[in-house]
Design a protein around this ligand. Structure first.
Ligand SMILES: Cc1cc2nc3c(=O)[nH]c(=O)nc-3n(C[C@H](O)[C@H](O)[C@H](O)COP(=O)(O)O)c2cc1C
Length: 203
């Protein structure tokens, strides 16, 4: 199916609806560019940004969810300051979205377990690492224990990864939408107070 935005130009909320629909379908669609996002955090004096995979979307809760290793820098950054921005672009619809909000990190609890249950063995293997991600390595070797160099873990082995598994839940309160068009770009923005308030804006 061709991806597109079909909206009513006099009703900005049709943009909001379509955006959440595209995000939801991106979770399940390996080839959807919105399945990858760039997640920015703040530190005391510098921004930090990295690519993440969109693993789940809960529209009712305004949540975008990704997974990470609890020992990664971004977890400490979010624990110190929960503000995030998530940006992604689809070259087919030519739509960029920027989503701003607050992140909560879930580790070793029911919410983490619920996501862990749904993850594949291949995915779980990436949490059974020898060293914390980001640690200096003496040579170019994968960060895996010897016994997992050339195979997937079984269910029992995979469980070793759970203690390093973290779920980042980004609750969105500001959504910025931009579509590049040959005859003039279109833009809209939405702010959550106790409901979404949106308006078109000049690009
Ligand atoms: C295509 C792609 C997808 C990635 N997805 C994730 C992800 O879902 N979670 C994650 O923690 N890191 C992911 N990474 C790695 C991060 O971009 C980053 O390098 C790593 O998490 C360390 O980031 P940090 O030091 O800021 O914590 C991905 C990288 C690429 C290239």
């Amino acid at each position: 199916m061709t991806r597109q935005f079909e909206f009513n130009p006099t009703n900005v909320n049709t943009i909001l609806d379509q955006t959440w629909q595209h995000l939801t379908s991106a979770v399940e669609t390996e080839t959807h560019p919105w399945r990858l996002g760039n997640l920015a955090t703040v530190t005391a004096d510098r921004p930090r940004v990295r690519t993440v995979v969109l693993r789940d979307v809960q529209r009712g809760e305004r949540e975008l969810i990704c997974y990470t290793d609890r020992r990664s820098d971004k977890v400490a950054e979010l624990q110190a300051s929960p503000w995030i921005e998530w940006v992604t672009y689809d070259p087919v619809t030519r739509v960029q979205i920027r989503l701003r909000g607050i992140a909560t990190v879930y580790i070793n609890d029911d919410r983490a377990a619920q996501h862990w249950e749904n993850s594949s063995l291949e995915h779980r293997r990436s949490y059974i690492t020898v060293s914390a991600p980001g640690t200096k390595a003496e040579s170019a070797v994968p960060n895996l224990p010897d016994f997992l160099f050339d195979r997937l873990p079984n269910d029992e082995e995979a469980q070793l990864g759970f203690e390093n598994f973290a779920v980042i839940v980004c609750r969105i309160e500001h959504l910025d939408w931009l579509q590049l068009r040959r005859n003039g770009h279109l833009a809209a923005q939405f702010l959550w107070t106790d409901k979404w308030e949106g308006h078109w804006k000049y690009a």
